[in-house]
Ligand binder design. Structure first.
Ligand code: 1GP
Length: 248
């Protein structure tokens, strides 16, 4: 993808549509050929960008990133679980700080380890306040980070975290229920945060139904992420249905 700034591109998506649609590809769950097939499906469905990464990987991310970047015209954004997931073959990186937790390693430690590589690769960093919200079950990100998710009904706690991220100069807020969560982030929480901050809000985790995605946009989400449900790849039209529901 040839662009000066993936963040600018994402903001332009919001000028064009009600909200943007991001699809997460976890290289651990697929062969490289399946990743390519999913990426092509995503492009055809009107997905705005691909995310690549996971909270815990047992395979190398780099070869998948390289092939996906070559094969697709939409931006490839790294969504790293840790500093080992930095690759030169991506257009940008969601430079995540797990602000809902109090684990210094995921607030700043992994970021320090990643920074020299990011400079060497000249990869665009998109500083992102990453908030883990209770999705009704233990998730890989919760386990790996050793952090307690924000309770689903503590809206004031949630918006205060998001506002702190805005004051710290972050460019996005990512509300994460966790991949495969039983419940997505509650609509009322999205709205409570939307009312307090001006940053774009990304919402992901446990979204399995296009109607739920549309309701999250209505509640105030600017970007919706799906991973598991479209990764199954059983219904090739599903991504298009999500795309239409989210774009409005
Ligand atoms: C995980 O938000 C993403 O970070 C996607 O979650 O796999 O549940 O769609 P799902």
């Amino acid at each position: 993808m040839q662009s000066n700034s993936v963040l600018d591109y994402l903001l332009k998506v919001l000028d064009k549509h009600k909200a943007g649609y991001l699809v997460l590809i976890d290289p651990d769950r697929h062969t490289t050929d399946d990743c390519i097939r999913l990426a092509h499906q995503a492009e055809e469905a009107g997905v705005d960008a691909l995310l690549l990464g996971g909270s815990f990987l047992t395979v190398e991310l780099d070869p998948t990133a390289e092939v996906l970047q070559k094969e697709t015209a939409i931006p490839l954004i790294l969504f790293p679980g840790d500093a080992m997931q930095v690759s030169r073959h991506a257009d940008a990186i969601f430079y995540l700080s797990l602000i809902s937790g109090r684990n210094a390693n995921f607030l700043i430690g992994e970021q320090v380890k990643a920074a020299p590589l990011m400079r060497r690769y000249e990869i665009e960093a998109i500083p992102t306040g990453y908030m883990l919200i209770d999705g009704g079950c233990q998730t890989s990100v919760g386990f790996m980070s050793g952090t307690i998710p924000l309770p689903r009904d503590k809206f004031d706690l949630a918006w205060a975290h998001a506002l702190a991220a805005q004051y710290l100069g972050m460019k996005l807020i990512y509300l994460e229920a966790g991949s495969g969560a039983d419940f997505p982030v509650p609509h009322q929480m999205i709205t409570a945060i939307r009312e307090q901050i001006s940053l774009p809000i990304v919402v992901g985790g446990g979204i399995t139904d296009p109607e739920v995605a549309a309701a999250q946009v209505k509640a105030g989400a600017d970007f919706v992420v799906t991973g598991t449900i479209v990764e199954c790849g059983t219904d090739s039209l599903l991504m298009k249905t999500f795309s239409d529901a989210i774009h409005g």
